[in-house]
Ligand binder design. Structure first.
Ligand code: C5P
Length: 216
């Protein structure tokens, strides 16, 4: 398969040195990319700024902002069989980007933000028989919110990760995930991201096989 994977955070610059972002390490997406390349898939990895080395066999496209990621996904999605959107895309960006470093003043500073486009929902509308897998980080109502995103974003699978304040879900430790399929199958498991990557790719391969078989 030709698999397009997004990973890492996006950075939304406020001025030349400050930005809005999140603590995504990109680890999960890079693990998925490595496993997909190891299985012989043709991998394109679009990544926000992280401190990881992309798999040698993958085509690597570094991006910074959500708008850059959107452009790259739109360019590469048509030539893909599967999109795995693990990036933690910033939902907002500053309305204006100051060309100069913003000077501190005595009073509070108000930043005006605007919504970034939802890359996944825009692109998945045109999925046809491509496999599309999304991720969801939730602090509450995991299953209900993930099911809503699965349907709302037209996904084949959603990988939902629960966040609580005690345990940060970013990094390489074992995490509890709930994987929900388009057909309503729900699986909850606790594992490390390497093993979870294998499970996610097994599902992507099976879904593609199913789409191909139903075309015949
Ligand atoms: O709605 P929420 O942000 O929780 O959805 C998460 C999923 O949507 C992830 O797969 C993420 O990569 C994707 N997403 C996106 N564009 C955004 C926000 C999230 O593609 N602006």
């Amino acid at each position: 398969m030709r698999i397009l994977i997004t990973a890492g955070p996006t950075k939304e610059y406020i001025d030349p040195v400050r930005f809005i972002s999140n603590s995504s390490t990109g680890f999960f997406g890079y693990q998925i990319a490595a496993e997909a390349a190891r299985r012989g898939h043709k991998v394109t990895l679009i990544s926000g700024p992280v401190c990881l080395i992309p798999p040698k066999k993958a085509k690597f496209i570094p991006v910074v902002s959500a708008l850059e990621m959107k452009k790259a996904v739109e360019k590469h999605f048509p030539g893909s069989d599967c999109l795995i959107m693990s990036a933690a895309v910033a939902d907002y960006r500053p309305v204006t980007v100051s060309p100069q470093k913003i000077k501190k003043e005595k009073g509070p500073l108000t930043l005006k933000l605007k919504r970034n486009p939802d890359i996944l929902s825009i692109i998945a509308r045109k999925k046809k028989n491509r496999v599309v897998i999304g991720f969801a980080l939730e602090t509450g109502g995991l299953k209900k919110n993930a099911e809503k995103k699965l349907k709302g974003k037209n996904l084949d699978y959603i990988v939902a990760v629960a966040i609580n304040n005690k345990k940060c879900p970013f990094g390489d430790q074992k995490i509890p995930v709930t994987i929900i399929s388009r057909t309503g199958k729900i699986e909850t498991l606790v594992s490390d991201k390497k093993s979870l990557s294998r499970i996610i790719l097994d599902k992507a391969e099976a879904a593609k096989y199913h789409y191909n078989a139903s075309k015949i």
